[in-house]
Design a protein around this ligand. Structure first.
Ligand SMILES: [Zn+2]
Length: 105
């Protein structure tokens, strides 16, 4: 019995929590299994972010934001629904959708 408890404790100690970036990537992966999207921008350097007119505190800088385009524009409501279900913010930027973690989430 004690051995089993020790084994369980050992297993629990080996579980490392996922980084916010890994959790974000998993959420995007779940979304893209459901709706046909392609990334047009993901993580950025400060220099690149400034060059494309990104906000100074853009989530692209932290690898917590991604720009995507749809294969089928009719999927827009589905994309928005899936983002909401994953707790992500989805902004329609007209020529792409910007998806990111919600602030303080
Ligand atoms: Zn963006």
């Amino acid at each position: 019995m004690q051995t089993i408890i020790k084994q369980i404790i050992s297993l629990l100690q080996n579980i490392t929590p996922l980084s916010p970036q890994a959790m974000f990537a998993e959420r995007i992966d779940r979304i893209r299994k459901d709706v046909k999207i392609s990334a047009t921008s993901s993580f950025r350097t400060q220099k690149r972010n400034a060059a494309v007119g990104g906000k100074i505190n853009s989530k692209h800088l932290e690898n917590l934001g991604i720009d995507v385009i749809l294969d089928y524009t009719a999927d827009a409501p589905r994309l928005k629904f899936l983002c909401e279900r994953e707790g992500l913010l989805c902004l329609d930027e007209k020529d792409h959708f910007h998806i990111q973690v919600k602030k303080n989430a």
